[in-house]
Design a protein. Structure first.
Length: 231
């Protein structure tokens, strides 16, 4: 028999294991994920190439008047094309990946709904409908955020760091590349620690929100009792 346990005291640390849970939902649409990552890489290339084109534009304008103006105009066009490619591939990425997140949210929401119906009578007699519905809504929305964060933030950040460090190493030597890499590592460590610290307040806010929603919804579901036993 399934027993319904409602845990009001969640773990105080970020559960990074959740990435392994959502991984199968990403692999189910691996072709779309791969295509979205391809568009993401192209968008990142456009954003990285842009500053170099801008540098050549400035260099081309700082020349003798006898030089033809065609080169700066072509470079300006190339810079605009790079910026356009960055935006275009970013929009294509979101369009392709949107179906992945929506289908994952639908499947996970359905699995949670079926699980709730499979729980025993004790759970449903002691249910907190308002807080439970808010938790389900918050959870399915969080799945979409986690998928986009993992695919479009973590993975591309490593790709962009690799590209920028490689550019610094090739053009300016290992000193600038090392400084950039160390700065990124320190910032990443600080971000993880700060996120761990901030998460406890987010959880407290979520618990308070669920509790208030529980009271509001349950009072409406038990309208007769509230009317009979209160002024």
């Amino acid at each position: 028999m399934n027993h319904g346990n409602y845990d009001s005291e969640p773990n105080q640390k970020i559960n990074w294991h959740i990435i392994r849970i959502i991984w199968p939902y990403l692999m189910e649409y691996r072709s779309r994920v791969a295509l979205a990552l391809g568009f993401l890489i192209l968008a990142k290339l456009g954003s990285v190439v842009g500053p170099f084109i801008l540098k050549h534009i400035v260099d081309a304008l700082d020349t003798e008047k006898s030089q033809l103006i065609a080169a700066p105009i072509a470079l300006v066009f190339a810079y605009g094309l790079a910026r356009f490619a960055n935006v275009l591939f970013g929009e294509l990425r979101d369009t392709i990946f949107g179906r992945v997140t929506e289908r994952a949210m639908r499947k996970i929401g359905l699995e949670v709904f079926q699980h709730l119906h499979n729980l025993d009578l004790d759970f449903h007699l002691n249910r907190r409908t308002g807080g439970l519905s808010r938790d389900i809504e918050r959870g399915t929305t969080g799945i979409s955020f986690l998928m986009r964060f993992f695919v479009f933030n973590i993975v591309p950040t490593f790709i962009e760091i690799f590209m920028v460090v490689g550019i610094f190493l090739f053009n300016y030597g290992w000193g600038f590349a090392l400084i950039t890499l160390v700065a990124v590592i320190l910032y990443t460590g600080y971000s993880v620690v700060a996120t761990e610290w901030r998460t406890q307040f987010v959880r407290e806010a979520n618990i308070a929100d669920s509790a208030s929603n529980t009271r509001a919804v349950d009072s409406l579901l038990n309208f007769e009792t509230v009317k009979y036993f209160t002024n």
